[in-house]
Design a protein around this ligand. Structure first.
Ligand code: ARG
Length: 564
């Protein structure tokens, strides 16, 4: 497989800069008139101690053109490369078609394990819109790492520890019943939980009984443990529906309570390392030297904390999976928490603290401002997805009322729109979710990309049997065809970058770019014509486009209906 960026990078020698690094700086210029690839030379100013303009000129002098790179120019500190466009496009299309659905995969991650902690929902709490990002970003990274040959381990670090479970047991025992919970699921658990809090405000002594129930769970009391497991199964069963829709899977559901018996050794180790100090009765790791508040390990009553369980989980994951990297896809509100955890691991002398990454992301809210978690009023993720599917069906009914399989298509389009909407921007940006925006068939959306795949399908079936093997080769190609081919050649690189930067939005962006480039080509040229050589090339280009679009969308968890 010819990797054109690799090819160009190998032809450039800069002392002290690796080929890999040069390759990573190569860009596709915003307008093709400038060139087909460009190297911004300011990147080397520091190592070479020269201004970019001079570096560009010197590199140009040394560069030897050949039958792949036909020209090179130095402009304003950029080195611009022009390719032999026809042979480039033919080569790119051939590569994609030869690899098929494996296009973009690699084995660079062979032998390496990446743990990804994502979704990590809280038991007996509603699965709300706030969980959308962690779930779809994490699942996309999971698929991306797998495509690159890594052994990915998806972990749902369940929030299944804390006095709230004692409160729920109290509520079920006093005012609820198992059957109703079984029937109504999470909404009944939420109702009971909210009611508990209303009552506890009037009768604070309730909290003592609730705390006792929680202790009973910890001490493996039969009845309380059974109830706790029941809450867990009710929650998981209900969330499983959403995971199914979004095509999200996990390899482990080891949640916070899993570390019940694994925290004492961590506390011991911290104690032995002399890292624990007393502070108002609590045991903490002092992080003032690093400008951080102390990391609390044990409360004054001896109870463990969220951080204690995360430390135990980190040690457990290292021991169990010997990970190359361990990612936490968690909202930016927890930036400090993870900084503290990673610092404590460093102080404990774990060199692998460097392999821990907090993949932080922004907030999702709805256009009408609804997102409050107060008093059980939350926007359920299931409601958002259902409503998007419903609206997708309306759009389909208006655009293509005779479509077969409308219900399934609406499902794929609706969920695709939600996923794409959540992944469309850089992950750290806050998102305002709008139904109309994510469902706009002409915007930079999931449905737009899916629609383009359906368009490819219909072009390809029209071309079925039109050209045979002896069709010959095209003699020239248009700028639109060339642009599309450049993008198709870039997919392997995009997937790699997305993994390196933990940024699935690179793939989302890519899919939109490919769809736009294809539509320009589609509206500008006749794909099936009398000229057999041209027809063959254009059909191949369409097939290669379909492969790249389907591949990028599938990495994001988005399905591509045959017709739309
Ligand atoms: N359950 C937590 C929450 O909803 C997120 C857990 C993230 N993972 C972790 N290992 N701390 O806030």
């Amino acid at each position: 497989m010819t990797d054109y960026k690799q090819y160009i990078a190998e032809k450039i020698v800069i002392e002290g800069v690796s080929t890999e690094e040069i390759k990573s700086y190569l860009e596709i210029p915003p307008t093709p008139e400038v060139g087909d690839y460009a190297l911004p030379c300011f990147r080397f100013s520091r190592v070479l101690r020269k201004p970019p303009v001079q570096i560009a000129l010197e590199l140009k002098e040394k560069f030897v053109c050949d039958d792949v790179v036909s020209a090179v120019e130095a402009v304003n500190g950029y080195l611009n490369f022009r390719l032999d466009r026809l042979s480039f496009a033919l080569g790119a299309v051939k590569n994609v078609l030869a690899a098929g659905e494996n296009y973009g995969n690699s084995d660079e991650g062979a032998g390496k394990t990446v743990c990804i902690d994502y979704s990590s929902i809280n038991i007996a709490k509603p699965f709300h819109i706030g969980h959308l990002s962690t779930t779809v970003i994490g699942a996309a990274l999971y698929r991306i790492y797998k495509a690159l040959g890594y052994n990915a381990v998806g972990i749902n670090h369940l929030g299944d520890y804390g006095t709230q479970f004692g409160k729920l047991i109290y509520a079920v025992k006093h005012w609820g019943d198992i059957e109703t919970v079984r029937k109504k699921g999470l909404s009944e658990l939420t109702r009971l939980y909210v009611y508990y809090h209303e009552q506890a405000e009037l009768h604070p002594e309730m909290d003592d009984e609730a705390r006792a129930y929680f202790k009973a769970i910890e001490n493996c009391d039969k009845e309380c443990t059974e109830l706790f497991e029941f809450f867990k199964s009710v929650t998981l069963e209900e969330t499983q529906k959403i995971y199914g829709l979004l095509d999200v899977t996990f390899d482990s559901y080891a949640g916070e309570s899993f570390y019940n018996d694994k925290m004492a050794p961590v506390v011991e180790e911290l104690e032995k390392d002399g890292l624990l100090v007393e502070s108002q009765g609590a045991k903490v790791v002092d992080l003032s030297a690093y400008d951080m508040p102390p990391c609390i390990i044990l409360r004054s009553d001896g109870a463990s904390l969220y951080a204690t369980r995360d430390l135990a989980a980190a040690l457990y994951r290292k021991k169990t999976y010997d990970f190359y990297k361990c990612l936490y896809v968690v909202a930016y509100q927890q930036n400090l928490h993870f900084k503290q955890i990673f610092k404590v691991l460093e102080l404990m002398g774990k060199p692998w603290y460097k392999d821990m990454v907090h993949v932080s992301y922004g907030m999702v809210s709805l256009e009408d401002g609804a997102m409050s978690t107060r008093k059980g009023k939350v926007v359920l993720l299931a409601d958002v997805i259902d409503k998007t599917i419903e609206k997708a069906l309306e759009v389909i009914n208006a655009k293509n009322p005779d479509l077969e399989n409308k219900e399934q298509t609406a499902k794929d389009v609706g969920t695709g729109a939600v996923i794409f909407g959540a992944l469309a921007n850089g992950k750290i940006k806050d998102i305002v979710f709008s139904y109309d925006k994510v469902l706009n068939f002409d915007g930079e959306t999931g449905p737009y990309c899916q629609y383009t795949v359906a368009r490819c399908n219909s072009v390809i079936s029209k071309g079925e049997g039109v050209v045979d093997e002896g069709a010959g080769t095209v003699k020239e190609i248009s700028p639109e065809e060339f642009n599309l081919a450049v993008l198709l050649a870039d997919l392997p690189h995009v997937i790699k970058e997305a993994a390196e930067k933990y940024e699935p939005s690179f793939v989302t962006r890519y899919a939109v770019d490919v769809a736009k480039a294809f539509n320009k080509f589609y509206f500008g040229y006749k794909i099936v014509s009398e000229d057999a050589a041209v027809t063959k090339f254009r059909l191949d280009l369409t097939k290669a486009t379909r492969i790249c679009l389907k591949k990028s969308l599938s990495l994001l968890g988005i399905k591509t209906p045959e017709r739309m």
